[in-house]
Design a protein around this ligand. Sequence first.
Ligand code: HAM
Length: 405
Amino acid sequence: MSFRPPKGTDDLLAPRSQSWREALGLWEDWSARYGYPLVMTPVLEATELFERGVGETTEVVTKQMFTFTDRGGRSMTLRPEGTAGVVRAFLASGGQGPWKGAYSGPFFRYEQPQGGRRRQFWQLGVEYLNVESPVADAEVIELGYRYLETVGVADLELVVNTLGDPSCRPAYVEALRRYLDERRQLLSPESARLIELNPLRVLDSKTDRPHLDDPPRMTDFLCEPCARHYDGVKHLLDTLEITYTEDLSLVRGLDYYTRTAFEYVGRGLATAQNALGGGGRYDGLSELLGGPPTPGVGFALGLDRIILSAGKEPGSHLDAYLVYETDVTEAVVVASRLRRTGTRVDFDGEGRPVEAQFRMAARLDVPVVLVYRGSDLPVEARASGVSHEMGLDEVPEWVRRSRDT
Ligand code: HAM
């Protein structure tokens, strides 16, 4: 058969998929610890949601969306990001007051595929709505940071910036426009076009940004409330002993950000795609979608890049493989008992000879092989070349202890 996954998408099978399962399990744990319940939104949304929410001049909207007309004549898009959909869902539910949600799932962007840049990729994210205080910004930044540390990302760096708000940003945008206009001849035609439309996007351009020395800085234009907010976020990060650097040219690729913007960078990642995740505050997004004023802050992490960056060999998806010398029905019962007490165990379902069962255990590279000889005989547990005998009831606890050490 010659079918392959579509360009920029991947099949993910064991043993590699085990790294994903572990990272997703840790995500469930960390997002729950910070009080974020699960939120699930459709993979498919009306195209207009992203045009309005993410911004019509962003690369995501102009070049990267998988958009099609459905059979009812509606323009639909495979979600390129999660924030617009989550805010839409919150508004549709009539939501009010402080609200939190955590998500994980596939997202789609039509990009030139390379290591860590896929057309279908997996994001883990949170959104924290209706809390204006810098406490919310610091909390989401901390959650992403602690998660990435736990997952084992090498050389993690946090970069922060502020983008001001509608009261102070226009003066900055004007200064940036004048600055870019004076350098128009250095810029690509695409960036030159953006000077009028959306000059912040020029700072986001990978080709043009290196030619721009010392552009005007948002921090020189901040209004008092924005300056106070930014100081508040940094003070809380200091208090939480989270190390960060400030990059006054960090603008992020989506238009909805106000005030705080941040990125997690994996300096240990050999590929150019070292932005492991990013986020920020988006106090105006709800109104762009026709909702009431609803401040919000959140982030999304790219799981494909996190796994590359952590670079760990995937563990086994099993605790043990059961080799049995009895008939297969007895093995079914023994495996069931072990599974119900928490042991991840598998066995041969076809009653093959013991040697074939051992070969399968070796192929699966399991940490423990259990040899079962009959109900009145002890079970032999083989691990790291050493053999231990015990009653069947003792196996789950023994396996758990050897897993944790
Ligand atoms: P974003 O920076 O566009 O933000 O994406 C977040 C992360 O998703 C990136 O840092 C990267 O790790 C991963 N990512 C993006 N595109 C790809 C790709 N083509 N292949 C692999 N990984 C990719 C957002 O999406 C915002 N919604 C984040 C946010 C949430 N802001 C506030 N709340």
